[in-house]
Design a binder for this molecule. Sequence first.
Ligand code: ZN
Length: 574
Amino acid sequence: MATPALRHLALGSAAVVAVVGVGLAVAGPLTPSDPGTPRAGASTSPSSAVTPTPSESPSAAPSPAGPVDVPTARPPKGRLDGDDLYETSVAASRAAFPGRADAPVVYLVSGDSWSKGYAAVPAAAVLGGPVLLTRPDGIPRVTAAELERLDPERIVLVGGSKVLGSGVARKAADLAPAVERVDGAGAAGASLALSRSAFPAATAAWVVSADHPEHAVVAATAAATTRTPLLVVDGDATRLPAAHADLLRDLGVTAVTVVGPASAVSRGVARDLEDVVGEGRVVRASGEDRYAVAARVNALAQPSPAEGVAYLTSGHATGTAFAAASLAGLSKRPLYYALPYCVPASARPALVRKAVERVVLVGGEGTVRRLAGRLEPCRSITDMDSDWVLVNRRNPLSPMKFAPSDLMVPPMSDAAGQQLRADAAKALGRMASAVAADAGRIGIDTAYRSYATQDALYDKWLARRGRTWTDTWYARPGFSEHQTGLTVDLLPVGESNCSINDCIDETPQGVWLARNAWRYGYILRYENGYRSTVGLGFEPWHFRYVGTELAKAYHDGGWHTYEAFLGQPGAPSY
Ligand SMILES: [Zn+2]
């Protein structure tokens, strides 16, 4: 059976540009006598179920209909994840519609170009259905299986045949009695068509730029959460397009939230929105960065949310975020952004609130680390005083002649007068005791090296061995981790077959360090086989202090380079 809103969509909307498969013409008139029983959780007002559709004219006013109830979501215990975007999207759908619950409608959006589908997230939510991502040329098996499980009355293909091809349309026709396309010009046009076809009326709406997918995904989630439409404007729009204004007036919108700073949605657009809502209100959800914008959007969507989960993913993984947006929106839970390895100060206060029972990470460890899930506060990776600082061939010290202020000789017997920053030195002292008890003594070959020391060292080897060899084994001055005071080259002490750092990996001490250094906040910085990322050859003696939280996350996540862990590009050359 179809809800009134569905019949409206089938018959009353000019936004539906094409019908594929079994005709929609039968869906409307036949609905009142449809013998099917109401779906659990669906809107089942008896009076509306037998009220004929007001008109079959495309210009007819939509029949008023409230949002459709959806089942209670069952968010995953740990992560919401899959091998690809399609699987992640299916995992989200399964969480939104757990058990045998089925959905009245499913929106299919291309996993290659989901920008047309931002407005599908609230459109699907108000009609009680999920958004699923699909390949543009065919429906993936896992997606088809989910569609079978959901058994929708209707599948909406978002975009024209260039966005979702005939292979998708054909398969969709096998999976639902009615299939239709909703499209418009670009992300902006599609948002109008999607909103018009799903919302008979709305008092509030969200407006976002097509050029900022990171804003658009959280705006889509917020719009779905509040069961209100999302309108996308072109990134270079200086005025609100007339079609947008018309739609807002037709729907009766009196409150608009503009998402992003004026550099994303212009002041001109905001002013025109003010004219459209008249006595109503236009507010801007902005912030210093995407993390802050997301937090602000969530706060405006739900000023005092009920207790439940919060979804968290990388602010640079908008496809992954999009795959979860429908679930978050349907179940009225917020979607926040973090860095891959920590939560920025702009997002953290909202996530540590009592209303957040637990955080569900969206995407794999490669997208967002467990450390972010534990709400580790971000520390700088560019500030020389931060123990997370990244120094490599793309990231020299800044200033180049930086020198740490808290150097000390580590409390251990074989320190050889070498110095490290205080936290790194104390941790090394503890590590030296532990390795001595388990595997044998270690000593320091070199630790902190000043710019001048590195300069002399590099020049010495350059004269002896030439540029290629020297660049393989020595960082140029200003590019050495040793200059941070957080790095130490270790050597075994008392081993008959090895007394220099080169062979430390063949000693019990070296083996112990490779396995256990993380427990003391150190990582083996230059592993075997990662020169194309880190820029240097295998150095089993070179350990970098990053603090115990980060080192544990690095170890637990099975990471091999600090660059990849931080989500930063490799630095093979200067
Ligand atoms: Zn070193």
